[in-house]
Design a binder for this molecule. Structure first.
Ligand SMILES: [Zn+2]
Length: 287
């Protein structure tokens, strides 16, 4: 078993399911990762742990420089709330933080910020969850219904002010109404631990958003869970793709594909190793 593969549980279907997600991505060259893999693991400069590519504990690159990896710019801020019991090495949240350092923040539960429910949504499935397509409208309706009284009063005052010729309408207000979403929260945890976080009262009032049914290609599939339970990096990627197409109404041309830079590489390595094992078994059986 290669050092990359340690602790990976097998998912027989992963190879087939991976194709729709990982094919045709616009990715930076993996040459740097191939070179590092040939050299083997190195020590993390901060904690001294033996790591390959990055340290999942310190969220730092190991044996790779920042200039050698793609940095992805996101259209909004993303917070990832991690369960403290989640094994760092199995989490894909750190991929997101390393590849989009300016837009992603990781919090360890129960340490989470207070959120403004008019500007923040939680990506989590459930009976009250809405689709990405309906998200903006729902966010606006929620805000309107909550602040109907004060908002009407404010409009009256604005109108009076305009009647008196004392300035243009409030542009910031109309801009934030057209695009109220500022931050998206994801939960990074095994599905058994996720419920505890999602029912935390600080997240209770956030609009919940559900992704379209998509299948995971994570090689560490969670036992007993359907393959529609996505790895965190997959969920972030799909959310952004949908947001780009449905909320920003722009054609998607690979803007966020590099969020899968490490994920796709590791996936290829694990699959190659599985294929090699299968070939070996077939050879042994044929003797
Ligand atoms: Zn470290």
């Amino acid at each position: 078993m290669s050092s990359l593969e340690e602790g990976c549980s097998d998912s027989a279907s992963a190879h087939v399911l991976s194709k729709p997600l990982l094919q045709g991505l616009k990715l930076a060259s993996h040459a740097v990762l191939e070179k590092v893999q040939e050299r083997g693991r190195s020590k993390c400069a901060k904690c001294g742990g033996s790591r390959m590519f990055f340290c999942y504990t310190c969220c730092l690159l190991v044996d790779v420089s920042l200039q050698e990896i793609p940095i992805v710019k996101l259209p909004l801020k993303i917070d990832i709330i991690k369960h403290p019991n989640e094994t760092d090495g199995k989490s894909t949240a750190v991929h997101a933080k390393i590849l989009a350092p300016n837009d992603i923040t990781i919090y360890t539960y129960p340490c989470i910020p207070e959120y403004d429910q008019d500007k923040v949504v939680l990506v989590f499935p459930g009976p009250s969850a809405v689709t990405v397509q309906d998200m903006m409208q729902c966010l606006r309706e929620r805000t309107d219904s909550r602040s109907r009284g004060p908002r009407l009063k404010r409009r009256k005052i604005e109108n009076t002010a305009q009647d008196l010729g004392s300035g243009p309408p409030d542009e910031t207000d109309s801009e934030s109404r057209a695009n109220p979403l500022q931050r998206v929260v994801f939960i990074d945890s095994t599905w058994n631990q996720t419920n505890k976080i999602s029912t935390d009262e600080r997240l209770q009032d956030l609009l919940q958003v559900e992704l379209k049914t998509r299948k995971t290609c994570f090689w560490r599939s969670q036992r007993g869970k359907p393959d529609t339970y996505l790895a965190t990096i997959e969920a972030i990627y799909y959310f952004l793709k949908d947001f780009h197409e449905q909320c920003l109404a722009q054609e998607y041309s690979g803007e966020y594909d590099n969020l899968l830079f490490f994920y796709s590489y590791l996936h290829t390595v694990v699959n190659k190793s599985k294929e090699a094992k299968q070939d070996y078994k077939a050879k042994v059986n044929s003797i």
